[in-house]
Design a protein around this ligand. Sequence first.
Ligand code: NAD
Length: 423
Amino acid sequence: MSEKTSRISGFHTWSVEDRIARVADFAGLGEGERTQLAAPSNIGAELGDHMIENFITTIAIPVGVATNLKVDGRDVLVPMATEESSVVAAVGNSARQCYESGGFTTSMSGTEMIAQIQLLDVPDPHRARLVILERQAEIAEICNACDPVLVRLGGGFRGLEVRLVDTPTGTMVVTHIIVDTRDAMGANAVNTMAERLAPDIARWTGGTTLLRILSNLADRRVVRARATWTAEAIGGEKVRDAMVAAYQFADNDPYRAATHNKGIMNGISAVVLATGNDTRAVEAGAHAYAARTGRYRSLTTWEVTAEGHLAGAIELPLAVGLVGGAVKIHPTARALLAILKPGSAEELARVIASVGLAQNFGAMKALATDGIQKGHMSLHAHNIAFAAGAVGEEVGEVARRIIAAKAINEEAAGRALADLRGQ
Ligand code: NAD
């Protein structure tokens, strides 16, 4: 019988085999997926050579599973690919602290992407703008004819915007085609449409088209997640108020906001990568969205509820897919997606936003209480011990000694290892 709860205590103390078995049971994985997860090397040379140019090898990134998340009433175990220690633990810990108060509640604005067509050399940009807008029905037909599969699945052209962008070299007429790309991230889908449409736009307006490419500021694909942490669950009002002050710092100072949002992306990019999606697309969209008011701000908001609890919310564009790109062909990404089993790209985005909010909670709580180094450095000490040549049980012992000596560096680890071996 599989247990459908994501609340697993002490998961970090289990053996790797036991963890895989539990996750596989939770998700009802088949033999092929279990085998793929148990093989830490990910793809063979043949697939690698097919995926990118000048392929020579692969670099393995550890995948951990974040526990304790409940998203819209559903318990989920979330795979996260990251080379950074503390990230997976922070999500599980933070999610545990809001599990009893209901976990995460999410929504999404839609799955529409924007492709831009840049038009130059028009003497009368205002007229050109209207000429293009008048052709909306024709444009819809041209775009939809590019992707009958997408249209059959309920996606396709949704709308048109034409903007005048003043630049030092003149006014450019920028056409946005808005396309619902459903369960695809959609870059290829909308780029194809933009390229197909550009010659018509040039012909209708008498101008010259140049760039034809999607915008990663996917502000018609905005996902939102919120959660409440009771003051009791997080250690009292003092902690709560310190966290709100930490958020206010980030929201009002770009130097702090960059690091605050980097922490959020520690969680988000890890799930995006694990599921074979495009981390750069999501990161570009997130940071551009954070600066949408003209000032770079926090992607999250934090406030105290009428009952005195801590309420957090996150809002950002999340263009991720379940088809297309590497998602469909990377066998490990497929197996990891099978753990999550999102019913749609939207559902995946909702889980990812929840992870981002949990990550932000964890980082802010650590910073506003013990400081980040306490948790971070003890995990980091294990990496240092590894780097100094410790193996097996030596790793934990060397880490313990360099933490106790408050000297978490490779030299101290080397000395601790030599002492240990000399004993
Ligand atoms: P894609 O073209 O490989 O797949 C999308 C297509 O799959 C759709 O157009 C549709 O025809 C079909 N499809 C089948 N089932 C579908 C479903 N349920 N929902 C929607 N479509 C379905 O991939 P894509 O998503 O258009 O493009 C993603 C890739 O483009 C990523 O690899 C990304 O890295 C890359 N890319 C990104 C950028 C950027 O972000 N700036 C630019 C260029 C390319």
